[in-house]
Design a protein around this ligand. Structure first.
Ligand code: ATP
Ligand code: MG
Length: 552
């Protein structure tokens, strides 16, 4: 890894450096401007951490602003979830929490100013006509027949719009720019529309609502944002952004900078898809652990540190690219590796009976919590005559290089003794239901025994004291590469996206609290589900397995 001083700055930092050096701005102020119409996802995490990170790096300020100018889809539930997610990621907006809808009076004033300057007009064309008049990429548009209304008439009509005198769609306010512009966004774009709708914040105070391209630059300017960072699809809107702040005569206006969105290969990230999964009841809410919503990742057991590592790894650029989900998994493994205790849990249990071990004896053996981090200390693990081991750790007829348990073979039971397989018991169908062993008391872990060597070590849980829990394993819910939709329009779901197992874990895990996570040795990292766990009965979500082919 390069050290900090040699890491080259990304293009947005270079723009900021130049702006500060040239005195364009004397401070840095960024914002995260979510529309409260859904929960945030991993892509938003990139935007949050980028904007917040820049404000920290330059000793500036960071605003959380709800872009709630569209009354149709917005809900207070989303406002609360977004605040929770942004805070959890560590982006601290302090007292700078804003709602764009509180700027409706300022936006109205700006529109009046544009009308007075002859830069905006009320247009009576229908939506279809406006589209027709707009022209195409290769043909210029045509002026609206209403374009030359007088300033006085426009002021009156706009006031009438505001006062509820027109039906939805009857009139709009448009900027007067250039119907022949090569940039379609500049062909007299709509600034305000009539919409008789109740807004979650302003109620019925307004029946005209500003369009995004008009509202957003004003929101930024009012808050003294310096660098308004957005994603690439807004690049063609930048001339309009600049036009709005210039014509509305904001001193020291903000500048828009676009960067490439974060995409995850084969994973659905868009709010639209996540919403569909939630609304169709396919997932258990917006925070289903299979989703890459921030609340889903949190519930799954991801940490803010891992998400930050991932976002940093992806970098900031103007070129669209797609990150591997495996990279995200790499980051959470790295983050948890030294922080979490490693405990024994058997996911697919098979009974192991040690015939020469005293029948009712329970012995407490020392087990280190994390061999790579001694600071995590050790714990006592109960051991007894009957244990559970993983089904896959026993084979009656082993293939070559199988070093785990099979008749006649000796293995180490992790943190315990050597056992040798002597016999099996089968059910009527011929399935092995019990494995019998003998143990060698001399081989106790930590006893310094160095007589024989064994090639395999397996984990186990003592049957008598085991805690029976539910564990859930996950796979991608929709593989985007294989198509989000089937031919009939239904979602192309992976039938194996959720596997629920009844398994056995060390009794100490009865105390595990929601969101607490552990490594289950050889099986991966698991996190206690906050929704479905009950006191003494945790439900574990697998965050990630231990193995990966991913390399950086
Ligand atoms: P979606 O595409 O999932 O519907 P959105 O862009 O509609 O999301 P907004 O609430 O409008 O969601 O976005 C808030 C901010 O997050 C915007 O500045 C937007 O550019 C940014 N953002 C959204 N998706 C991504 C992404 N995939 N990568 C980086 N930034 C993103
Ligand atoms: Mg949006």
């Amino acid at each position: 890894m390069e050290n900090e001083a040699t890491v080259s700055k990304h293009f947005i930092e270079q723009i900021i450096d130049k702006d500060l050096a040239e005195g364009v701005y004397d401070h840095v102020q960024t914002r995260f401007p979510p529309e409260p119409n859904g929960y945030l996802h991993i892509g938003h995490a990139k935007s949050i951490l980028l904007n917040y990170g820049l404000s920290q790096e330059y000793g500036g300020k960071f605003n959380l602003r709800f872009d709630d100018t569209n009354p149709t889809k917005e809900k207070s539930e989303f406002v609360e979830s977004i605040k929770e997610d942004v805070a959890w990621l560590g982006a601290n907006w302090e007292d700078r929490l804003f709602f764009a809808s509180n700027y409706f009076p300022i936006m109205y004033e700006c529109a009046v100013k544009l009308i007075k300057k002859g830069k905006a007009f009320v247009c009576d064309l229908s939506a279809d006509e406006i589209r027709e008049y707009r022209g195409t990429l290769t043909e210029p548009g045509k002026n609206s027949p209403y374009r030359d209304r007088s300033v006085e008439e426009n002021l009156q009509l706009f006031e009438n719009m505001k006062n509820g005198m027109y039906e939805d769609g009857a009139k709009v306010l448009r900027a007067k720019i250039d119907m022949a512009s090569s940039n379609i966004n500049m062909r007299d774009p709509i600034l305000y529309r009539v919409a008789h709708m109740t807004h979650h914040n302003t109620g019925d105070a307004w029946c005209i609502y500003p369009m995004y391209d008009f509202a957003h630059p004003i929101e930024d300017a009012v808050e003294h944002i310096t660098h308004s960072i957005c994603t690439l699809e807004f690049e063609d809107h930048r001339p309009l952004y600049d036009w709005v702040v210039r014509e509305c005569e904001f001193p020291n206006p903000p500048k828009q900078i676009e960067f490439a969105k974060l995409y995850l290969r084969n994973v659905v990230t868009g709010k639209r898809y996540i919403k569909k999964l939630v609304e169709e009841g396919i997932v258990d809410g917006w925070d289903d652990p299979r989703l890459v919503s921030i609340s889903g990742l949190r519930r799954r057991g991801y940490t803010p540190e891992a998400i930050k590592m991932f976002v940093d790894m992806c970098g900031v650029s103007k070129a669209n690219s797609t990150a591997d989900y495996a990279a995200l998994e790499y980051c959470i493994r790295e983050d948890l590796k030294l922080k979490r205790s490693r405990v024994m849990a058997v996911l697919n249990p098979l009974k192991l009976i040690i015939d020469n071990y005293p029948e009712d004896q329970i012995e407490y053996l020392d087990a280190p919590n994390n061999l790579e981090n001694e600071e995590l200390g050790s714990r006592k693990v109960p051991f007894g005559r009957e244990l559970y081991i993983e089904q896959e750790d026993f084979m009656e007829v082993p293939p070559k290089k199988y070093f785990r348990l099979f008749p006649g073979n000796e293995v180490r039971l992790m943190n315990a003794y050597f056992v040798t397989c002597t016999d099996v018991v089968k059910d009527a169908d011929g399935n092995v239901v019990e494995v019998h062993c003998t143990y060698d008391p001399e081989t106790k872990s930590g006893s310094g025994f160095n007589g024989r060597k064994v090639k395999g070590t397996i984990h186990w849980v003592a049957a008598k004291t085991a805690l029976e829990v539910t564990a859930r394993l996950y796979e991608n819910i929709i593989d985007e590469e294989k198509g989000v939709y089937n031919e009939d329009g239904s979602l192309n779901l992976n039938p194996n996206s959720l596997t629920t197992l009844t398994c056995f874990v060390e009794p100490s895990l009865a105390e595990a609290k929601p969101y607490e996570s552990f490594q289950f040795v050889r099986n991966g990292y698991f996190c206690v589900d906050y929704k479905d766990s009950e006191p003494g009965k945790p439900v574990f979500n697998r965050i990630v397995s231990l193995k990966s082919s991913f390399k950086i």
